[in-house]
Design a protein around this ligand. Structure first.
Ligand SMILES: Nc1ncnc2c1ncn2[C@@H]1O[C@H](COP(=O)(O)OP(=O)(O)O)[C@@H](O)[C@H]1O
Ligand SMILES: [Mg+2]
Length: 363
């Protein structure tokens, strides 16, 4: 039961909303422009201090206000007491994150609230750039291995340093070799964790996809970002002239990708739009299922307008998966009837209606 109570202030048209969500399924319905996505952004803001729709805080903060705030009572582990969590961000750049009366770092916050977003952009996972699929992989690695965040930060620092040396055009070979050694050490460790994660994810993905989309053989293949037939230090050495010309590093985990193949072909080219959505759905659901197995606690799914993304039959199947793992879900829709009659009688479902940024219980 991750979020027990929620208080959102000054997020887009949501001036001041309080809700006590269900630990399981929350359905938020309302007309277009009523504030459904804004409420989901509020929850995302609580977990990551930013929106999933914009990178600019000024768009998220309600017009005329100078800050947005979200408070909650959050239960990090089943059986543990709920503790207060508050996130505030001001237009002047100040960010405050407090948990149980103490300031905490962003990585601790992200660990506390494992969020999965599913909106129309998510369905572009297969067609989009590799960076989107790296984010997908790294969400899973971050939540399954505590050492990953340090490796990731260390690697980013070394990559930035190496690239800025490349941009200068002339590098002292001794200095470069030192940076390359560090680069390779981080790269190997990060890649091992990413690879292990994808191996763990595969059975969950296959089981989920088998139920959502039968008859198509879809295969996940992790691509580390360089050709592993050659040691990475050798590739860096051999690619130096090209790297210097480009001004950035060509081989390494910064180029990693998740290749998705359907019937032996690139799934983004091969599958229909609807089939691709089901593959992405299976990937996102599998991540939640694996997270649960590894951490013994559920994720929070923020799902924006599911009925407009999936047809009725697959929308139902998708919801059944959500119901089977004990995730806390916030699902928005325009017509609440689209999500009626899906849930088991014992499932705790709360329904809310949003009107011009104001929330009411719809039960
Ligand atoms: N920074 C802002 N301040 C005030 N209102 C905003 C801001 N940004 C967007 N809005 C308004 O918030 C409303 C709710 O948007 P949204 O949550 O996307 O609606 P829904 O998802 O229900 O269709 C929209 O009418 C939009 O014009
Ligand atoms: Mg919306």
């Amino acid at each position: 039961m991750p979020i027990k109570s929620l208080h959102i202030q000054h997020i887009r048209n949501v001036a001041d909303v309080r809700l006590d969500p269900s630990p399981r399924i929350n359905i938020i319905h309302g007309d277009n422009g009523s504030g459904k996505t804004s409420l989901l952004e509020g929850i995302h803001f609580l977990g990551l201090t930013r929106s999933f729709r914009t990178t600019q805080i000024r768009h998220l903060v309600q017009s005329g206000q100078d800050a947005c705030l979200v408070f909650a009572q959050v239960q990090a582990l089943p059986g543990a007491p709920a503790l207060p969590l508050g996130v505030e961000r001001r237009l002047d750049g100040e960010v405050r994150v407090r948990h149980a009366g103490q300031s905490i770092e962003l990585s601790e916050l992200a660990q506390l609230l494992p969020l999965q977003v599913i909106d129309s952009d998510t369905f572009l996972l297969l067609e989009g750039s590799p960076s989107i699929r790296r984010q997908f992989i790294d969400w899973g690695v971050f939540h399954s291995d505590r050492s990953f965040i340090q490796l990731w930060r260390g690697f980013r620092r070394v990559l930035k340093q190496r690239n800025s040396l490349l941009k200068c055009g002339k590098i002292d070979p001794r200095l470069r070799r030192i940076w390359d050694q560090e680069f390779v050490a981080y790269a190997e460790q990060m890649t091992q964790l990413r690879e292990q994660y994808i191996e763990l994810l595969k059975p969950d993905f296959e089981a989920t996809l088998g139920r959502l989309l039968g008859g198509v053989a879809v295969e996940l293949r992790f691509s580390p970002g360089w050709d592993r037939k050659t040691p990475l230090d050798q590739l860096l050495e051999e690619g130096l002239a090209r790297d210097l010309k480009q001004g950035f590093t060509g081989a390494g985990p910064q180029r990693a990708d998740l290749r998705v193949r359907a019937d032996g072909h690139n799934a983004a080219e091969r599958l229909s739009r609807g089939q691709k959505k089901l593959v992405v759905s299976a990937l996102k659901l599998a991540q939640g299922a694996l997270f649960y197995r590894l951490n013994n606690r559920p994720c929070i799914y923020l799902i924006d307008d599911l009925p407009s993304e999936l047809d009725e039959q697959h929308c139902r199947l998708f919801c059944q998966f959500l119901e089977e793992t004990s995730n806390q879900c916030f699902i928005t829709c325009v017509d609440p009837a689209a999500l009626d009659g899906i849930w088991l009688p014992q499932t705790d479902v709360s329904r809310f209606r949003v009107d011009a940024g104001k929330l009411s219980h719809a039960d």
